[in-house]
Write a protein that binds this ligand. Sequence first.
Ligand SMILES: *[C@@H]1O[C@H](CO)[C@@H](O)[C@H](O)[C@H]1NC(C)=O
Ligand SMILES: *[C@@H]1O[C@H](CO)[C@@H](O)[C@H](O)[C@H]1NC(C)=O
Length: 454
Amino acid sequence: MAAKALMLLLCAVVLSLGFPPSCSQQQQQQQQQRRQPFAGNKLPNPISSSTAVFKVNGNVYPHGVYYVTVYIGDPPKPYYLDIDTGSDLTWLQCDAPCISCTPGLPHPLYKPRKRNIVPCKDTACQSLHSQHPYPPCINDDDQCDYQIEYADQASSLGVLVRDSFLLQFANGSISRPYLVLGCGYDQKSSTVASHAPLDGVLGVGLGKSSMMSQLSGHGLIKNVFAHCFGPKGGYLFFGDGLIPRGVTWTPLTRNKDMHSASPGPANLILERSSNVIKDLTVVFDSGSSYTYFSDRAYKPVVSTVTRGLSGKFKEALEDKTLPLCWKGPKRLKSVAEMNKYAKLMPLVLGFGKKAQLEIPPENYLIVSDQGNVCLGILNGTEMGLNDLNIIGDVSMQNLIVIYDNENRQIGWIPADCDRLHNAEETIFYSNGGDDEGFLQGISRPYPSTWESYL
Ligand SMILES: *[C@@H]1O[C@H](CO)[C@@H](O)[C@H](O)[C@H]1NC(C)=O
Ligand SMILES: *[C@@H]1O[C@H](CO)[C@@H](O)[C@H](O)[C@H]1NC(C)=O
């Protein structure tokens, strides 16, 4: 069974439904900070601008998650964090002591010191509580508690702490900023499927508590985040120094209640514009392994794919990898191999007048361990997402996806995620020692704890 993470802040989901439950009121009160677009030009300037690059591990199937190694604390210790553009708070499972933590974690639990604890009077606590008011503060000197819940009902309860993060910029210089993170001592796991036992979550959403907002608040880098996910992992970067030329950009909506990156309404174009589903609300969520379409878009996608596969393929009811799988004339090793037997069109999402996101079969199908093809787009209505459509990792593969919060836009460009572009110059990785050989495209084996879980 594939892990099916769906890390997206619950409020964002609930809000899109158009009725205001408890968390929406809190969010409306929140004054979202909005920066002026910066005037500088955006020519790629590989190593002079401050940019920190991290190697990413994982894949869509079978791991179901992409994660990064981040060094936190004094002395710095490594932790595996799930990369989540659908939420803001970065948190680690921690020993405070731990009431409920995932068994078999890859690293020893993070242990905060007393002086790391963020008090209620701290502005970081106030801005977090404007989004997640529970549990509330009583006295100024109390510790700042938090609780967050994701769309798949996974949750983390804990206390806010401030600790040092080790960052190595692409030019080689090192910085150890103190950033706010959650020390989560009571986690509930997802109802969808078991999460891989990661140490925590890297929150890189749009809100004030996010890693990006904090780093740009410290003046270290611009509020720009990008990831490139491929079949063998990939990389991510903080800052604007590695944005390539030729990116397709589209503005992010100005809905201050949205934590995840959402461009304006999208049209889904099936089979070369003969079939268009209009005005879909779409978010880009790296914390979701698969793509979720609301019934309105899901239904026509299922019939289009089923029709495209009919003839040589028949439904494989015995394969429970994902809700819909098909068996071909022989056991398949890759989606590319499927193309020999069936011709499937890319799905196209059109934003505004020009921006198009092409989703080729490789980005909406997976090949299961039984050699069948399975649809990597799931029924979001069934998940309670109602009208929300989530572009998950499966559909962002082999693309650099750039969340530019300075200019409130999102962009993408096809790329080979095994190799960092502009890599003719020496680029230093923030997760240093883990990544020897990365520039040569050598992927390292997954840690043993990780594999034994799978
Ligand atoms: C590298 O970039 C950082 C951030 O812009 C800057 O503070 C530092 O001075 C630079 N270091 C070198 C060696 O150029
Ligand atoms: C998607 O899920 C909803 C809610 O469970 C269901 O009514 C609908 O039939 C499903 N759509 C498809 C195409 O299976």
